[in-house]
Every structure is written in C-alpha cells, then in structure tokens.
Write a protein that binds this ligand. Structure first.
Ligand code: G3I
Length: 326
C-alpha cells in the first residue's frame, strides 16, 4: 500500500462536508481509502464559506464528522484552507463586509484554528496569494484590497497564537513552472524568516501535465524551499492527460506516460527534500471521476491513481515505485 511505502503522510482529498454530501458518499470507497492512505484533506469542506457561513457564525458539524472519521481510522488530517480569495468558496457576506477587516480575519483564523487545535496537524493558512499572470506581485484579491499584503503575515501570526503546535503552510500552484513566481514566494519566505513570522512550510499543489513543468524545474523549486529549512508538501497532486484534445478514452500509451510522470515527481520529492522536512504528498481526489478537472473542464480526463471502479491504474504503480526507490 502507498502508506506503508512512505515514511511521511500519504493523503487523499475527499469532497465531503455541508452541501457537498456526507460521509455516506465515500462509504463505497472507504476500504480503498483506509488501505492506501494515512492522511485526509477536505477538498472543499473546510473552506471559508463552509466553516464561516455568516458573520460571527461558524459551522463545524460536517468538518467535525470528517475529523472523527479520520481519527477513527487512524488517519491524520491536514486543514485546507483558512484564507483563499476564490469566488466559489468565499462566503457571500464577506464579499460585502464593511467592518474592521483585520479584526474579522483574525477572528476567522483563530476561531477555526482553536476549534481544530490538537485535531489537525497542519494548515494551509493562505492559499494562492501570488498573482499567476503577473507572478512578481501579490494577487489582487479582496484581502489585498482591504489590508494590503500584511493580511498574509497577520494570518500566520493569528493561526500560530490559536494553535501553537500546528504546522503552518503557504500553499500555491505554478511555482515550479514560473521562475518569477518561485522567486517572489522565496522572497516572501526570506522576509518572513527574517522577521520571525511563524511560517513553517510550503505546499506545492502539483496540478501538472505529462511534460510541464519539467522535472528539473520541479526539483529546483523543491530544493529552494528545502534549503530554507522549511517543511515541503506536495499538496494537491494530479497529472492531467487530455490537453483539450477531447480524446474519448484513456489509451494504454498515455496511461504509461502518466505512470512515468507520477513516478518521476515522487522521486524528485524524495531526492530534493530531506526526510525530516517531508510534510507528505496528497492526491487531489481518489477516483478519476471525482477529479475537479473532470468536473470543471469540457473534455474528459483521467488525472488520478484509481479508475472509476476503484481499480489501481498504472499511475498508482508509478507512485508506489517512486516511493519504494527511497
Ligand atoms: O457548493 C456547491 C453546491 O451547493 C452545488 O450543489 C454544486 C453543484 O455543482 O456546486 C458546489 O460548489 C462547487 C464546489 O467545488 C463543490 O463541489 C463549486 O461550484 C466548484 O467551483 C468547487 O470547485 C472546487 C474548487 O477548488 C473551488 O473551490 C473543486 O471541487 C476543488 O477541487 C478545487 O480545489 C482547488 C484547491 O482548493 C486549491 N487549489 C486548486 C484546486 C483546484 O482548483
């Protein structure tokens, strides 16, 4: 099993919580989840709109159910995500909030971190705060607009106060692909380290295709963070195959390419990040049909380790081989 082949957490994102469906929906796959993984992330259920649906109103019921499910099966949990600008997960009330933004976000972070203290090992404190098109600046979000870039460090400080034992991550995508984006993130890290802002790790989402970013880019990005003494996670991995070609099936040649790609990235992680700094690898969904790529794109894709029937794909064996090389 994957989890037995690694000395770090091997996780899967599950789309449960509140409007998203309850734990019953994953019962079919439960055996596979327990067998292969020792870590869970809520794909959506711990995002802002679900945990903080109205001003000063927190709803932890669905997330708590997932936490106790994980605990009951000996799995750890990583929290995703305290602060993210994305329209689909921002609570509507926050979009028009007129009060004290700094106090409100501080309360948001602290209520949630306190609630889960001792239950979640780590958090994505801020997600995707660096612009992707202009990767030498912070992304223009509601938070940047209200508070300037200080909202980022304020979130880390608030989280650390509320749960001093949680490992606190900045999480983003495309930092391997774009040198300016990587550099901008590293400059932020260096600045935080100089000023002792409690940032403990970087999550590389790793939503990649077969050939991009190339493996040298991936290694050097992982190494640059590892060199700073931080924890490194591969936080949302998937390997998309169908690059707008509208292919109707996953052919064996493509499946083998995907296997090799998963394997080389897992190996790159092991080669680039020293054991004590490995926060783990999480795959962004269990079955191909559950993938956000399938849900959100107009063409089919097969980005994950298991097919729609829960059978291991070549991709699964690629990951296993990559892990066992260590
Ligand atoms: O909540 C509604 C629900 O009420 C409705 O019935 C349903 C019908 O489609 O939609 C639900 O919302 C969707 C939600 O996923 C839950 O399935 C949103 O429209 C949809 O935009 C949302 O997409 C998620 C996306 O983040 C935005 O929050 C994806 O599932 C999730 O995989 C994706 O994950 C992100 C990470 O959090 C951050 N990094 C990138 C990654 C991929 O985009």
């Amino acid at each position: 099993a994957l989890k037995d082949s690694a000395k770090f957490p091997v996780g899967v994102a599950l789309n449960v919580g509140n409007e998203l469906g309850d734990l019953a929906d994953i019962q079919e796959s439960a055996a596979l989840i327990h067998q292969q993984f020792n870590s869970i992330v809520a794909e959506n259920g711990m995002k802002m709109r679900f945990l903080h649906p109205a001003i000063n109103t927190y709803d932890f019921a669905a997330a708590d159910a997932l936490v106790s499910y994980a605990r009951g099966h000996g799995m750890m949990m990583h929290g995703h995500t305290l602060i993210w600008h994305h329209d689909s997960q921002l609570p509507d009330w926050m979009k028009t909030y007129q009060g004290d933004w700094q106090a409100m976000l501080r309360d948001h972070v602290q209520q949630i971190c306190r609630h889960f203290a001792g239950k979640l090992k780590s958090w994505d404190v801020v997600n995707e705060a660096i612009d992707n098109k202009l990767p030498d600046q912070y992304r223009a979000t509601l938070f940047l607009d209200k508070l300037g870039p200080a909202y980022i460090e304020q979130a880390f400080i608030a989280a650390h106060e509320a749960d001093p034992t949680a490992v606190l991550y900045y999480n983003d995508f495309g930092m391997e692909a774009k040198a300016e984006k990587l550099q901008f993130m590293l400059d932020m890290v260096d600045d935080f380290q100089r000023r002792q802002i409690p940032l403990h790790g970087i999550g590389f989402q790793m939503h990649v295709s077969i050939d991009s970013p190339n493996i040298a880019q991936i290694k050097s990005a992982l190494q640059a963070v590892a060199a700073r003494g931080l924890q490194v996670r591969i936080s949302e991995m998937d390997v998309r195959l169908n690059q707008k070609q509208k292919a109707a099936t996953l052919n064996p040649a493509l499946a083998q390419q995907q296997k090799a790609r998963y394997r080389e990235i897992v190996s790159a992680y092991l080669q680039s990040v020293p054991p004590a700094q490995r926060g783990g690898i999480t795959f962004w969904g269990l079955l191909d049909k559950d993938s956000w790529l399938v849900e959100s794109k107009p063409y089919p894709d097969w980005p994950l380790l298991f097919d729609d029937q829960g059978q291991a794909k070549p991709a699964f064996w690629g990951v296993l081989e990559g892990l066992r090389e260590s």
